[in-house]
Write a protein that binds this ligand. Sequence first.
Ligand SMILES: [Mg+2]
Length: 266
Amino acid sequence: MDNLKIEDIQDICFNISKNIILPKYQNLKDDDIKYKNGSDLVTSADIAAEKELKKNLLKIIPNSSFVGEEEYASNQNILNAYQEDNYCWTVDPIDGTTNFVNCRNKFAIMIALTKKSQILYSWIYKPLENNMSHAIFNDGAYLNNKKVKTKGVNSLDKATGSISTKYWDEKYWGSIQNLKNQFKEVNSYRCIGFEYLDIGVGQRNFAILSKLSPWDHIPGILFVREAGGSDIDFDNQPYNFSKKNNNLIVGNSKEFNLQILNKLGV
Ligand SMILES: [Mg+2]
């Protein structure tokens, strides 16, 4: 762990963006784009960026484990790494691949370092802006190395956020639809990393999430927690990536999340 320097991760992200991700932005050929699991987009840039991230991150902590979104697509057993007593990197090489493919500007590299069920560090990097956010357990959340604190709203009709549109258990579907109309605004960035950052700094207020893939959530969860925000699953427990989770509420405060949970009646 002595080898871990926040700025080294920043350099790794900068170089991978410059050499692998940005050259493909607005420049993808048909054979760069594929579908995995029938519906999710993946590009040659996602795959190449993940390989390079893995190579670089494992050098920083020898014998650490690695969970990558694209590796998972062909080997679901990699999630067993979360049960081991070992440092583990979790990587989403491009969060917001659909935006990336469609030349929209919200996509990010996301990285987290965990040990057992503890999230120790996380990074969310915006390639187009060369903008790095990171969080350190029990130390804080930082936007370009400046510490951030969240702020929130106290009622649903003042709140802006997102609600997942797919993968809901049928028993929740009605209450999710009802709840939607009670917020000021519900919209999605199609890039959950950007949403976590905006919840962290208080520019957005909530995300109500289904089907939780760890690489989508571990990095942002630590950022929101360290900025003073909160997360709660439908069993009233904080998010635990080492267990199977299905639904999660992330927001600026615990009180606000509980308001949402109560309205859902779960
Ligand atoms: Mg991705």
